[in-house]
Design a binder for this molecule. Structure first.
Ligand code: G4P
Length: 295
């Protein structure tokens, strides 16, 4: 689902999350493993205030495992624990309680030293639309979907879901909004289907995806579409060379218009569908290095 965000929406979304902060011990920030920084709302730290946080790199089944490792190291360098996950199969989900306990260790140790029995950790899942929040909540809830009901001090209507491993989840996630002052961030969000293609133009989104794949995954592209050759990547790669690859793909996939020319719009649709569906292999669209907007 793509939500059109206006300042009023953003203020309300921010307020809704901040109201929940006082109920929780930890926020679980979901990012898309293929574009961890682009799928991160830049205001998230301000919104979450000083709340302890665990980062989850979801959809890691679609991302390049080597690049995901680089991202885990990137976050670790910044003192943030980031956990790769695939919420649809449940890969990584079981690790959440243990990781949360590590993040909250000081607080838990303090409770124990005061002779208190640490209660279940209360968590809120936050992230931009389509990043997998509901899937993760359902996955964590498993058969324990029975909500634990209202608790004293809990906003009326808030439901807690008991999950295994000593974590209770708020049943509604905090919805952050995608933000892209940098156009490349917008393109990456469109590549993963988090914002509508039409916002930046379908063909332009596919163009940027192919350009990036020529840089990082030229062979995958060549093999998947059985292309004769793909141009070697350089920063000076001409737009025409990229469009030529799109046309080759279109021809291979029968995206033709009357007269025999390639229908570039159809080709763009095919490329983006294949990319999003993992048909091109496990592809990351952002790397933690200079020049990716990943500072
Ligand atoms: P949201 O609450 O953050 O908006 O996201 P939601 O859970 O609705 O997930 C959005 C889409 O992403 C869903 O696909 C969901 O199945 C998929 N998804 C969630 N987590 C993962 C993951 O770890 N790996 C992969 N590959 N996909 C994931 P959909 O096409 O919208 O729906 P459906 O096909 O599942 O019906």
């Amino acid at each position: 689902m793509t939500i059109q965000w206006f300042p009023g929406h953003m203020t309300r979304a921010k307020r809704q999350i901040q109201e929940k902060l006082k109920l929780i011990d930890i926020a679980i920030e979901l990012l898309d493993a293929r574009v961890p920084l682009s799928s991160r709302n830049p205001m998230v730290d301000e919104i979450l205030q000083q709340k302890p946080k665990l980062v989850v790199l979801n959809k890691s089944d679609l991302a390049d495992p080597a690049v995901t490792k680089e991202w885990v190291a990137y976050f670790a360098d910044r003192g943030i624990d980031a956990l790769p996950m695939d919420a649809t199969t449940g890969f990584g989900v079981k690790e959440i309680p243990e990781r949360a306990k590590v993040v909250l260790k000081e607080k838990i140790d303090r409770q124990i030293s005061k002779g208190l029995n640490p209660r279940a950790i209360r968590a809120l899942i936050v992230g931009i639309p389509n990043v997998g929040k509901s899937t993760l909540i359902n996955r964590m809830a498993g058969r324990n979907i029975a909500a634990t009901g209202d608790k004293p001090g809990v906003t009326k209507g808030q439901q807690w879901i008991k999950t295994g491993g000593g974590i209770e989840l708020l049943d509604t996630p905090g919805i952050l909004w995608p933000k892209f002052e940098d156009q490349m961030v917008g393109y990456r969000l469109a590549m993963i289907g988090s914002i509508k293609d039409q916002l930046l133009g379908l063909e332009d989104v596919a163009y940027q995806a192919v350009r990036y794949m020529l840089k990082e995954y030229g062979n995958e592209l060549k093999e998947r579409y059985d292309l004769e050759s793909v141009p070697a990547y350089s920063d000076e790669l001409e737009a025409n060379d990229v469009v030529d690859v799109m046309e080759q793909i279109g021809r291979r996939r029968g995206c033709l218009q009357s007269g025999g020319g390639v229908n570039l719009e159809k080709a763009a649709m095919v490329i983006l569908r294949d990319l999003r569906g993992g048909k091109l292999g496990r592809i990351s669209l952002e790397r933690p290095e200079a020049g990716t907007g990943s500072t």
